[in-house]
Design a protein around this ligand. Sequence first.
Ligand code: ASP
Length: 304
Amino acid sequence: MPHVLTAAELPVADLLFRAEAWRQRLLAHPSPPVPPHARMVALLFYEPSTRTRAAFEQAAVLLGCHPLTITAEASSVAKGESLQDTVRTLNAQGVRAIVLRHPQVGAPQTAAQVSDAPILNAGDGAHEHPTQGLLDLYTLWLHYGKPDPETRWLRGRKVAIVGDIRHSRVARSNRVLLSQAGAEVWLCAPPTLLPDAPLPDAHLTHDAEEALQNADIVMALRLQTERMAQGLLPSLNAYRRDYQINTERLRAAKPDCVVMHPGPIQRGVEISDEIADGERSLILAQVRNGVYVRAAVLEYALME
Ligand code: ASP
């Protein structure tokens, strides 16, 4: 029974091929016959979500499972129930897997300690979001023509991840998977939004020009105001001026660079409309690929 807790432990090549099989299947049959929903998969969400939740719900249905979505406000969590007791309760009701999003770092590991069913991390605080990292990797893998995933197929590619690095679980999971595939990873933020300690296999900088110089892949990140202590971001205008991904700033990157964003986008803040909607943007491909990747990950976690 494999849990899916961090990016580093993902069987990446296996999951990329599974996701690709799902993409081909759904392209051939946009509404495939699905088996009866005899099994239950719980989606336990203690934080808001659109893309991740919708993709996991679709993945559950495609795999013949009924998704039971439980949000913190509408559950016994609001009555003070602990995470462990909620997990034990869902186990006792026979759910086959639990997809968990939680504001606390390490919540999925805590849940995994008491769960009979696999726990799938759908984002824990500023720590990890492994399935987002994997869908970003899958999107790049398709973009570069499906190279052998057992090789360092991103070698020679520079990735600039720009935004609120300090609070971003997406940056952390992406750093692991992108550097594992051979990419040169740059993490760029204003000094107050960089992590306190260096991250392995990544360059940290507060200079957007340096990060974007000759980049092949540029990823913009949202300012995570819900996790931000007051005073970390003195001025939104200064942030736009120095870090927004727009046409002017992208001149430093390679002419054929692609632009990504995990969503939700705050248009006009971390990214301009023209770039978000422009021809270099992979943002909607990321959203689409999120369904295939979540189907692949859930299929893997449900393996007997
Ligand atoms: N959707 C991503 C996450 O849950 C990114 C974000 O919220 O900015 O981490």
